[in-house]
Design a binder for this molecule. Structure first.
Ligand code: CMP
Length: 225
């Protein structure tokens, strides 16, 4: 298992070597091809997952069939813990948007670890608080920001986590279709397309297949506020 990826993640970085080893001893690795789901909204859950490589989208489907993406997660992040901490069915469907390697931890093993290693609890609480902060911010953006502002912010967030330097800017290989990007910012595909086209026309972005190159970070940042 490529444990080093997890070791560097904020969730694990401050754990002592023995605690980290106790945690990783209990993990089971699994590979998910792009497009496949590890669980669906409404399923019962008995494991949580850490992402070793790739990306996972967490989505919910409304009664009328419309979809909303709660988050795109990458290496070092975890999901699927809510079914353990607040026993109830899965609150979202988790799907690989690229080939993804996960490490699963059973609820029983996690419970034992939390009882014997309080450092793990502290790190999990921090991860949950960080997620709540991010969710609150998205909620405020839905109320206070227009769609181009939300698209700019989503691209900057994806750039922060998945961006790589390119010759003319920052390459963000987000792996999302425009439909998925629209589901992530809570807008229609047409409106999101229009916002992206406007950014391209202003010279802030270049669009590539399931990726963008951000050419003017300061302007995009300004537009996201
Ligand atoms: P669970 O309900 O077991 O399965 C779906 C998972 O999606 C959930 O646990 C969380 O880990 C994750 N999740 C739910 N809401 C959010 C959110 N707003 N941001 C990031 N992840 C989330």
């Amino acid at each position: 298992m490529d444990i080093e990826v997890l070791r560097r993640a904020p969730l694990f970085a401050t754990l002592g070597d023995d605690v980290f080893a106790a945690l990783t001893d209990e993990l089971t690795e699994l590979d998910l091809p792009r497009g496949s789901s590890i669980f669906r909204e409404g399923d019962q859950g008995d494991q949580l997952y850490f992402i070793i490589s790739g990306k996972i989208k967490l989505g919910r489907t409304a009664q009328d069939g419309r979809e909303n993406l709660l988050a795109i997660l990458g290496p070092g992040e975890l999901f699927g813990e809510m079914a353990l901490f607040d026993p109830s069915p899965r609150t979202a469907t988790a799907t690989a948007v690229s080939e993804t390697r996960l490490a699963g931890l059973s609820n029983d093993n996690l419970r034992t670890l939390l009882e014997t290693r309080p450092e793990v609890s502290a790190q999990l609480l921090q991860a949950l608080a960080r997620r709540l902060r991010r969710t609150n911010e998205s909620l405020a953006d839905l109320v206070f920001s227009d769609v181009p502002g939300r698209v700019a912010k989503a691209l900057l967030d994806l750039a922060d986590r998945f961006g790589r330097p390119a010759t003319d800017g920052v390459l963000v290989a987000h792996e999302l279709t425009q439909e998925e990007l629209a589901q992530l910012v809570g807008a229609s595909r047409e409106t999101v397309n229009k916002a992206l086209a406007e950014f391209v026309q202003r010279g802030w972005l270049r669009l590539e297949a399931r990726a963008v190159v951000i050419l003017d970070l300061p302007r995009l940042r300004q537009r996201s506020r």
